[in-house]
Design a protein around this ligand. Structure first.
Ligand code: SF4
Length: 220
């Protein structure tokens, strides 16, 4: 489910509606549109708040993707990530798109109908993790959990590592929501994927760091 400016104010309703039908909701925000306005932030905060309260009141319902982030990733050292070549998605390494002539592409966005010819991506070594780190995001707390589309990065900004900074506030609000929700679920005794003591402690540490960093800027 792709969320755009017209559907933002219905985010809660739409996700719950789909979940009531039994769908697993995988949602993402449209890229390359002008999200950076205070009103959108306020709408998102309200929608995320409603979603969090809904999942807290219904703890057995699975949490939609935008709030189901593995938060301890923020604690992982950059060098370790680099060594493991952890990209956000499998484009060019674990994924392939094939057109009707049998030509292979890193994923569907690299096909000629969505990727202009001048975007010279063919030389990119998708196994070289150096190409995926970006100075704009180097010091950002949530860089390891901030989803991005490498294809759109190269198409819109000419660099596979350059993320859409118009979405930064949204990403921070989502991480705040995810940490609030996880904390509340822990309080209720719902630990989900955090099954060992070590995992739980890492999650709690991540929750605290995210809350300390963003809760004064964004009021959920
Ligand atoms: S929130 Fe913005 S600065 Fe932080 S990692 Fe995401 S794109 Fe980069």
């Amino acid at each position: 489910m792709t969320i755009n400016e017209k559907t933002l104010s219905k985010l809660f309703d739409n996700i719950v509606h789909l979940q009531n039908f039994g769908f697993i909701v995988n949602a993402a925000f449209a890229q390359d549109i002008e999200w950076k306005n205070r009103n959108n932030q306020l709408i998102l905060l309200e929608e995320i708040h409603k979603l969090c309260e809904y999942y807290i009141s219904n703890p057995d319902i699975s949490v939609c993707s935008i709030l189901d982030t593995y938060l301890p990733s923020i604690l992982i050292d950059d060098e370790i990530l680099k060594k493991e070549n952890t990209k956000w998605c499998g484009t060019g390494t674990n994924m392939v798109a094939i057109d009707i002539k049998g030509n292979e592409y890193p994923c569907q966005i690299f096909l000629p109908n969505t990727m202009p010819k001048e975007c010279n991506w063919a030389q990119i070594d998708f196994r070289n993790s150096d190409l995926f780190s970006n100075n704009d995001c180097k010091t950002c707390l949530i860089r390891n959990i901030c989803g991005t589309c490498y294809g759109i990065n190269i198409r819109s900004r000419g660099d596979i590592a350059k993320r859409d900074l118009k979405l930064c506030d949204f990403k921070k609000i989502l991480s705040l929501g995810a940490s609030y929700l996880l904390g509340k679920k822990f309080e209720l005794g719902y630990f989900g994927k955090y099954d060992t003591v070590e995992e739980k402690l890492k999650a709690i540490e991540a929750i605290e760091i995210i809350q300390d960093t963003y809760s004064l800027t964004y009021k959920l």
